[in-house]
Write a protein that binds this ligand. Structure first.
Ligand code: FAD
Length: 547
């Protein structure tokens, strides 16, 4: 087999996580080859919720989040529970759009729109080579520790090799990389798998006459439970039917059956163009390790490392943060700031987050099942949906059952409040509070730096460590601390000199209201700890990177 290419990192899978990983690595100055099995991705739009932390990571990556936001018509938050999209409304929940604690709110946008943006960015990045229609088959380590992958060019059937220093399997929940690397995919608490079965119909329709909304949960006494996802109310929709394969085997979902359910759930005659029908299954599972024991510089990220039920919109969001966690650590090793064992922290830090997100997605799913059960029970007792909503007692019961799902749609603490190195969450999923403790994301405050209004998170651009100080620790070199294995870049920003803020509470929280104080932040915007001098910052970093 002849050599196709040599690169620093080989990324298997050109989905959102693979593209983000390649872009983050290229931003750190490393070449990346992205292999994508198919010439064209995604027959259906899949994800729609890109949460505030993902938007912050995109912002750090240089994504023009304003341009991305301009691709959607409005920032909507409503989730409806009804008999059909034009039928009786049982209640509405408002999803949390964002808060004063985030510079970016969540974005309801179709996954392909985000992928197109990332793809365009990657194709303009010199250090990235995108190889579509290339299937990764296997890999081994040669005697020098290089990873030699075999790759099939699908059009010709020809097999070639690619050598790389690192390999990142971002090839989705059926990951070939995970299989070849012998990494077990384990169900939560080793419980038997209870998969969710869904059939999704992607269709185009102008439903702008409907009230604002992202999701419509349909509870039809005749046909059961289903969901509409509005990617773009004026154009793009998915209708998803959750089914029991014992009752409706997967092959029973012929086009006319799906169309009948869809039209019933619309509740009135609406013109639509069906694009595709896709049955899919999911179950909560997490890879035993994100770093291979077999090929030491091979990793998993995204759905290859964890699969969640879609209840909570956490799949791609968790994957994007995996990519961010891995990319700067590869740089730390390549630049000699840390030894190879530092890369073990990827599993230690990211797996507990996948576990927490997986558990919450499962709880959301269980709560939704309970709510649906309660509404159907009350519907049965009332005789009709109209009678139900006219009965104040039953109406209240149903509204309370709907409100029980608030954690599903308001989970800011889960999204931005997790910590590395401790149990990831110390409070309920919705209960985010700004904190200055090791492992958490640097709290956001609006600041002004170089005459530009920005967020404290913008001070940490990903290229190195950042020391936020109250007085610049003058007299010390603020450019290079000396790490054991090489120079460690530390960029120092002094409050009051390099940046200012009206948010006094933020300064106090960070301890920067007093002289001689500093906070060291990692390239991925997570706090390492507080210090009282530049020497302390240097010692802290040395100790931190020695793992
Ligand atoms: C209906 C639905 C709604 C969802 N909504 C949300 C949401 O709102 N928010 C959210 O966060 N998540 C959501 N998700 C989950 C989200 O879509 C996934 O988490 C996301 O696609 C994972 O991205 P990825 O890049 O890890 O993997 P994938 O998107 O699966 O991409 C993997 C890529 O790898 C390629 N590949 C596979 N094998 C090989 C190989 N051997 N060689 C080369 N390439 C290979 C595949 O072709 C594919 O393109 C939803 C999912 C569904 C189904």
């Amino acid at each position: 087999m002849s050599l196709l290419q040599a690169t620093t990192s080989l990324i298997v899978g050109g989905g959102p996580v693979g593209l983000t990983t390649a872009l983050l690595l290229a931003r750190q100055g490393f070449s990346a080859v992205v292999l994508e099995k198919y010439p064209k991705r995604l027959s259906q739009p899949k994800a729609h919720v890109f949460n505030p932390r993902t938007m912050e990571i995109f912002r750090q990556l240089g994504v023009d989040t304003t341009r991305l936001r301009a691709e959607v018509h409005s920032e909507r938050t409503q989730i409806h529970f009804c008999t059909s999209i034009s039928g009786t409304q049982f209640g509405t929940i408002e999803a949390e759009l964002g808060s004063e604690h985030c510079p970016e709110s969540f974005l309801n946008i179709s996954q392909p729109k985000v992928e197109n943006y990332l793809m365009e960015m990657a194709s303009k990045t010199e250090l990235i080579t995108l190889l579509k229609g290339h299937e990764w088959l296997s890999c081994s380590e040669d005697e020098d520790g290089a990873i030699v992958s075999s790759v099939r060019i699908r059009e010709s059937g020809e097999e070639r090799t690619i050598t790389s220093k690192y390999l990142v399997g971002c090839d989705g929940s059926h990951s070939k990389a995970r299989e070849v690397l012998d990494i077990p995919f384990e169900p939560l608490d080793n419980q038997p798998e209870i998969p969710i079965h869904c059939v999704s119909a992607h269709f185009l329709a102008d439903l702008t006459h409907l009230p604002e909304g992202i999701l419509w949960f349909i509870l039809n006494p005749g046909s059961g439970f289903s969901t509409f996802i509005a990617y773009d109310k004026a154009k793009e929709w998915v209708y998803a039917i959750t089914y029991d394969p014992e009752v409706n085997p997967t092959d029973s979902w012929a086009e006319e059956v799906v169309r009948k359910r869809l039209e019933e759930a619309m509740g009135q005659k609406i013109d639509y163009e069906l694009q595709s029908i896709l049955p899919w299954t999911t179950y909560p599972k997490i890879a035993k390790t994100y770093r291979s024991n077999k090929v030491k510089n091979a990793f998993l990220a995204g759905d290859a490392a964890h699969a969640f039920p879609p209840t909570g919109g956490l799949g791609v969001n968790t994957g994007i943060a995996d990519a961010q966690n891995l990319a700067w650590k590869i740089k730390a090793v390549e630049e000699g700031w840390a030894s190879h064992s530092f890369l073990d922290t990827v599993t230690a830090e990211r797996k507990p987050i996948a576990d927490a997100n997986s558990r919450q997605s499962k709880l959301n799913e269980e709560m939704m099942v309970a709510t649906v059960g309660k509404i159907f029970r009350n519907l049965g007792e009332s005789g009709s949906s109209e009678q139900l909503i006219q009965d104040p007692q039953k109406k209240k019961l149903v509204e309370e059952a709907i409100a029980d799902n608030s954690a599903h749609f308001s989970s800011l603490n889960l999204q931005i409040g997790y910590a590395y190195g401790t149990p990831p969450l110390s409070r309920a999923p919705h209960d985010y509070r700004r904190e200055n403790v090791p492992g958490v994301r640097l709290p956001h405050a609006w600041i002004e730096a170089n005459g530009v209004r920005q967020t404290t998170l913008d001070l940490v651009d990903g290229s190195g460590f950042v020391l936020l100080t109250s007085d610049g620790f003058s007299g010390e070199s603020a450019v290079n601390g000396s790490g054991k294995n090489g120079p460690v870049p530390i960029c120092t920003y002094e409050l009051g000199k390099d940046f200012v803020t009206d948010d006094k509470a933020w300064g106090e929280l960070m301890g920067l209201h007093e002289k001689g104080a500093g906070v060291v932040v990692r390239p991925d915007q997570h706090i390492i700890g507080s210090v009282k001098s530049f020497q302390e910052a240097r010692d802290l970093l040395e100790h931190y990177l020695e793992r």
